[in-house]
Design a protein around this ligand. Structure first.
Ligand SMILES: [Zn+2]
Ligand SMILES: [Zn+2]
Length: 372
């Protein structure tokens, strides 16, 4: 025989029945036996006391679209066995004085929607041990959850427009922006409104249509921290409900046309994007140890002369006090490049960028890390 799966444990307990002394007798049947606090013999007490009640059917609900279950007024993902246990605990009525309650459940699937549950309930009431075995059918009915109802009704609250400033975003850049949505949503508390209504390429970028304004704002903040850039919010009134304006939020996120580590030209010198700041970028000079800030406005007027993704790490073949030889991987010819200002003579390799058709060695200290 299959064993009951114990879902609520009951500690063993030794009975402390009052032993009658001569005159005491059961007030119902007159037996001069062991009596309970209510002056009943054990059989009469058991006949008049019910440890637990469980209805013959227990109703559960599952959304046919997303397979979430409704439990204690909340929708969520559950294993079906765990869900049955939850339903039993919700539906089971237990005598208020019960101590050391134990619940064990055996389940047997009848069909996709119905499961026969044998529920063993044990416990002590007034130190008398009780045990019930209930048989109940857990019936799972379809009910479309609020999230799926809203999705089906084309409900949305906000649009996040992924755009760029300065140049068109590459396919790779769009993919990396979009990927952060999945990691972001996994990192926050779930909410039925946190869903994507629609998404796709549009002229000049990518649009994400979302169920919640809070989600749109949260993700945008995440993008700003990770990639820099600017965002602008626009609210539009789309109707009225219960005397209040119903608004939709549009956030236009502009990723700068730069990545950390990109080389730009400013006042005749070369600089690398070192870090993102709230109002722009921190840049560090390539030719000496120097850092300065650039606003988004400044950046928009700036051109990338060498993208970080095109920089190379090359092995040093020969070095002297001011220059090194390396093999150019494009044509396998040996070339010479001046050492960066922060070279300490110990490096076996160099980070180089092709700037205006010439290889330039980049300092080690100059950015390139994504920090969050
Ligand atoms: Zn009795
Ligand atoms: Zn659903």
């Amino acid at each position: 025989m299959q064993a009951f799966k114990r879902v609520v444990g009951g500690a063993k307990h030794t009975g402390g029945v009052i032993v009658s002394l001569g005159k005491a007798f059961c007030v119902v049947c007159g037996a001069e036996d062991e009596l309970t606090k209510e002056r009943l013999c054990v059989p009469c007490f058991k006949e008049r006391t019910k440890l637990s009640i469980l209805s013959e059917t227990i109703q559960g609900f599952r959304c046919p679209k997303c397979m979430m279950y409704l439990h204690s007024g909340r929708w969520g993902h559950h294993e079906s066995e765990e869900y049955h246990e939850g339903l039993v605990q919700e539906a089971l009525e237990v005598e208020g004085r019960t101590e050391a309650l134990g619940i064990g459940i055996m389940s047997e699937e009848i069909d996709e929607r119905n499961t026969r549950l044998s529920v063993q309930v044990t416990g002590y009431i007034d130190d008398i041990e009780f045990e019930d075995i209930h048989t109940s059918i857990a019936r799972i009915s379809n009910s479309v959850c609020p999230t799926c109802t809203r999705k089906a009704g084309n409900y949305f609250e906000a649009t996040v427009q992924l755009r760029s400033s300065g140049r068109k975003l590459t396919e790779d850049e769009l993919t990396s922006l979009r990927t952060t949505f999945d990691t972001y949503i996994e990192s926050i508390d779930p909410d039925p409104m946190f869903f994507i209504n629609n998404e796709g390429n549009v002229t000049g970028g990518y649009d994400m249509v979302l169920g919640s304004k809070a989600l749109a704002r949260g993700w945008t903040k995440h993008l700003l921290r990770r990639f820099g850039g600017t965002s602008k919010e626009t609210n539009s009134v789309v109707g009225r409900k219960d005397g209040e304006d119903v608004t939709r939020l549009t956030i236009s996120y502009r990723k700068p046309a730069f990545n950390l580590g990109d080389v730009i030209r400013k006042q005749g010198r070369y600089w690398q994007i070192h870090a993102w700041q709230k109002d722009g970028a921190l840049i560090s000079s390539i030719d000496r140890q120097e850092r300065t800030g650039l606003t988004w406005r400044d950046l928009e007027k700036t051109i990338v002369v060498s993208q970080a993704s095109e920089h190379l790490e090359v092995e040093i073949l020969k070095r002297d006090s001011s220059a090194v030889d390396f093999m150019d991987p494009n044509d396998w010819k040996v070339r010479t490049v001046s050492l960066p200002y922060d070279d300490d003579g110990s490096q076996g390799s160099l980070h180089i960028a092709l700037i205006a058709d010439e290889w330039v060695a980049l300092p080690r200290t100059a950015g390139g890390d994504v920090s969050e």
